[in-house]
Design a protein around this ligand. Structure first.
Ligand SMILES: [Zn+2]
Length: 122
């Protein structure tokens, strides 16, 4: 006997490979109504998130409330903004891999400088 396969997976693969899929899909959409804009947006959201890193998403989509940490690449909505956005760091750990406390304090300049902790959610 062959190793067991999940019949749903075999079905799914065969549907996916079928030459008739396009045709049947369009027929169903006509009978059942179109795909909702919400479903399409959700699909696009999942797709671009899967294939892009946070920094690319922020740049390409001109996002307002999120930045990518220049060290670890994680998304952040608050953190260190260095020299008016030349770099962003999500935490003191990430910050101090690039700038010492003293270097940061010089840039911060007691709030008068171009580097500071901020939130982009406001
Ligand atoms: Zn980080």
């Amino acid at each position: 006997m062959d190793s067991k396969k999940d019949p749903m997976e075999v079905l799914r693969q065969e549907v996916s490979d079928s030459k008739m899929l396009d045709c049947y899909f369009h027929q169903l959409v006509q009978e059942k109504g179109g795909i909702s804009a919400e479903d399409i947006r959700e699909f696009m959201t999942n797709y671009v998130m899967k294939h892009s890193d946070t920094e690319t998403l922020v740049d390409e989509l001109d996002l307002e409330h999120v930045r990518a940490c220049s060290e670890c690449g994680k998304p952040m909505y608050e953190g260190f903004c260095i020299e008016d956005g030349a770099e962003y760091y999500c935490s003191e750990d990430c910050l101090h891999k690039h700038l010492s406390e003293e270097e940061y304090n010089d840039l911060y300049d007691e709030g008068r400088g171009s580097s500071y902790w901020t939130s982009w959610l406001d």
